[in-house]
Structures are given as structure tokens and as C-alpha cells.
Unconditional design. Structure first.
Length: 163
């Protein structure tokens, strides 16, 4: 019988392994922080799970958005995969219709596509984000999503005009 080895990432995000093994990230050891107002409207909490490394050229994290909270417009030089864990998400690509996502839905945003995402007005939304890294850059933040743009996204959701 083969023995299984794994590593548990501790609170300082370090682990001592010399071979490849499964890594376990216990929720209690993850660090969370309030999303900066310079990139988010409303209240959101970011939990970093892992940074890019030699094996994975992407980072992973969870973001909890309170009702109405959203990111600013932004792009990802190497793309981003969003997985909605709970609640309802609104997302929009620049110049396109609003997208509504529910728990279990996923959204792939290709490299350099200007977009925003966040919670609708009806409740908290939690998403997992897997974000690619290109030449040390994962995101370029742009301008704030206007209240008018967000209100239109909410109206699109309410009137079944969203994708």
C-alpha cells in the first residue's frame, strides 16, 4: 500500500516540502482583509488562498461582496475564472449586456477584456477567483463603475434583460 503525503499550509503561508504533494489550505489559517476602496465600491472582503508559484501561473482567492458591492472596471493580462459560490453575481464586459450568475455558475474573462463584477442588491455574493499572471501582473485597475451603470445592471436583472 502506498503512503500518502500532503502538506498543510500554516498561518504564515509557509510549508516545508521537498517533493510535490497535495497542499491543504484550512480556512482558519487564511488571511482576509477589507477590499480597498480604490478598487471596489461598497463593502467586500478578500481572502487570499494562494499566490502564483512555479507550478501554478495563477493566484486563487475568495471575495465576499455585500449587497450592491462591486469591483471597479479592470482587466486581467492573463485572464480570470470566476466561480460563484453563493448569492447572485452581476458582471459586465465593457459595451455589453449585464450577465447574471448564480451559485455554481462560472465566468471566464479572457485576457485584457475590460469588465466588472459584484453582488446584486438582494444579498451577499461569494466568488472564487482564479487569476492568471503575466510578467508579474495579474490585474490593471481602471475607473469606478458609475452608479448609473450599476443601476442599469440591476434593472436588467430585474427585467430579465441580462444574459
Amino acid at each position: 500500500m502506498m503512503s500518502m503525503k500532503y502538506g498543510i499550509v500554516n498561518a504564515s503561508n509557509t510549508i516545508d516540502i521537498s517533493e510535490q504533494h497535495i497542499l491543504v489550505y484550512h480556512h482558519a489559517n487564511l488571511k482576509s482583509y477589507k477590499a480597498p476602496a480604490s478598487y471596489f465600491s461598497g463593502r467586500a472582503i478578500v481572502t487570499r488562498v494562494f499566490d502564483k508559484n512555479e507550478m501554478a501561473k495563477f493566484s486563487g482567492g475568495a471575495v465576499t461582496f455585500e449587497p450592491g458591492a462591486r469591483t471597479y472596471w479592470h482587466i486581467h493580462p492573463a485572464g480570470q475564472l470566476l466561480i460563484v459560490q453563493s448569492g447572485t453575481a452581476l458582471a459586465q464586459e465593457w459595451g455589453r449586456k449585464t450577465i447574471v450568475l448564480h451559485a455554481g455558475d462560472m465566468l471566464w474573462c479572457p485576457p485584457n477584456v475590460k469588465h466588472w463584477h459584484g453582488a446584486d442588491m438582494n444579498g451577499e455574493m461569494v466568488q472564487i477567483a482564479l487569476t492568471g499572471d503575466k510578467e508579474g501582473k495579474a490585474v490593471t485597475w481602471l475607473e469606478e463603475v458609475s452608479d448609473a451603470t450599476y443601476r442599469q445592471a440591476v434593472l436588467d436583472e430585474e427585467n430579465n434583460q441580462a444574459l
